[in-house]
Design a protein around this ligand. Structure first.
Ligand SMILES: Cc1cc2nc3c(=O)[nH]c(=O)nc-3n(C[C@H](O)[C@H](O)[C@H](O)COP(=O)(O)OP(=O)(O)OC[C@H]3O[C@@H](n4cnc5c(N)ncnc54)[C@H](O)[C@@H]3O)c2cc1C
Length: 397
């Protein structure tokens, strides 16, 4: 670790976005420091721990049994009256494929970054950004009560849902209550669950969201709930709704919780801007979460790779201007903006559907072999049975 704190790149936050950005910036020649306010990377786990397999390749992450708890064949989407649609892993979005040990996974990503030469400081919080002539030139940080400046040519805000870096830099990351999902989860043991499928329960069990049961092992699962902030009246609602759901499902009610935690995700449409002179936002701080599923791990890694490569290139070319860093802005939008936008529209629709409508939708689809047909064909299938329902989705068609 250097004595003077002066780096090419400082990354704030050591989640998937931060570690991946740091890794690719260092791999491409930049001198990188990553700071993390918590004392342990990856802990506590605020996550359903589901990820898709296919996208891991995109960010050169080798599947490893150290962080894979369970491999699932697909997802079961369950309507309020119990009808089920089974989706293959490939069709089930970015939370289905592996159920992971998220704490181990995050440490693994940091380890890979460290191997590339990234310096890491734990228990170190960014408390403001440094600016010269209106341009970002680093961050002010605090470590065990001591304050100091970290100078850097590029600052990366990878500071998650509660991100302050963007706000301090004047980038608008504000969220409407209908674009925030409040989560609460248990790690449960002693339950009955089908280990081969991740389960998503829709409807009034979870207004504007869903209950998930992601199996980690035989009799063990990550069980949680996400509720739209605009649909709840008090902070205790997520726990209350989840406890009520568990009570009504005897296969879960017989189990015990060995961990509980609350958290939040953004479920907004892509934001307008994620870069400025000398600064980039990545992952949850850039609101790159899939609004339909609330999944953001893989998007954070994919965007992190582009951010890291862009940062290193900017250092080499001695140009950290907003115009240069726009390569990252365009890069991540090419990769995921259309999908994020489409899934945000779908979320807006789904959040307003009644239990009756959800029952009809899932009933209409459940008679088809979903794995072999496209989204358009699914909608046609619904149209043939309940034509009035397809009106809800005309925009998507
Ligand atoms: C309840 C819940 C369930 C979820 N389930 C899933 C799921 O099953 N699958 C999935 O793909 N996604 C899921 N997500 C979303 C997923 O967790 C995020 O998308 C992912 O963590 C994004 O990574 P990130 O690196 O951007 O942010 P984070 O992982 O949040 O990392 C940000 C890091 O920055 C640090 N930090 C913050 N401020 C500062 C500061 N000022 N100084 C220094 N460090 C700072 C934080 O301590 C943290 O370590 C879930 C989220 C929640 C809340």
């Amino acid at each position: 670790m250097k004595h003077e704190l002066d780096y090419d790149v400082v990354v704030v936050g050591a989640g998937p976005a931060g570690s991946t950005t740091a890794r690719y910036a260092a791999m491409n020649g930049a001198d990188v420091l990553m700071i993390e306010k918590r004392q342990e990377i990856g802990s506590p786990v605020r996550c359903g721990e589901g990820i898709a397999k296919a996208l891991l390749e995109k960010v050169d992450i080798e599947p490893n049994k150290r962080w894979i708890a369970n491999e699932v064949l697909g997802a079961r989407v369950i309507s309020p009256n119990g009808s089920v649609v089974t989706l293959t892993e490939r069709m089930a979005g970015d939370e289905t494929g592996y159920v992971i040990y998220r704490d181990v996974f995050d440490k693994e990503l940091a380890k890979i970054a460290a191997k590339e030469g990234v310096d890491i400081m734990l228990k170190t919080s960014a408390i403001s950004i440094l600016k010269e002539n209106g341009k970002v030139t680093g961050v002010k940080a605090k470590h065990m009560g001591r304050m100091f400046d970290i100078k850097a040519k590029v600052v990366v805000g990878a500071d998650g849902f509660e991100s302050q870096i963007g706000r301090w830099a004047g980038i608008n990351t504000n969220l409407k209550p209908s674009d925030v999902e409040i989560g609460f989860q248990y790690h449960m043991v002693g339950i009955d669950c089908d280990k081969d499928f991740s389960h998503f329960y829709l409807g009034s069990y979870a207004p504007g969201g869903y209950v998930w049961v992601f199996p980690k092992a035989q009799g063990e699962a990550n069980v949680g709930i996400g509720l739209q902030l605009s649909k709840i009246k008090d902070k205790a609602a997520p726990k209350r709704y989840l406890d009520d759901f568990i009570k009504k499902h005897k296969e879960l009610a017989k189990g015990k919780a060995i961990m509980q935690v609350a958290g939040a995700v953004s479920t907004c449409a892509p934001i307008e801007r994620t870069v400025d002179d000398g600064i980039m936002l990545v992952g949850d701080s850039a609101r790159q979460i899939d609004a339909l599923t609330g999944g953001g791990i893989i998007n954070a890694c994919v965007a992190g790779k582009i951010a890291g490569e862009t940062a290193a290139q900017a250092i080499k070319e001695e140009d950290v201007s907003k115009a240069f860093l726009n390569k990252y802005e365009m890069g991540w939008r090419d990769e995921m903006e259309d999908r994020l936008y489409r899934n945000w529209i779908a979320k807006e629709k789904l959040a307003e559907l009644s239990d009756d409508t959800l029952n009809k939708l899932i009933d209409a689809i459940s008679t088809y072999k979903v794995e072999t047909i496209t989204t358009l064909e699914i909608l046609r299938a619904v149209q043939s049975k309940y034509p009035e329902l397809v009106k809800e989705f005309e925009e998507m068609l």
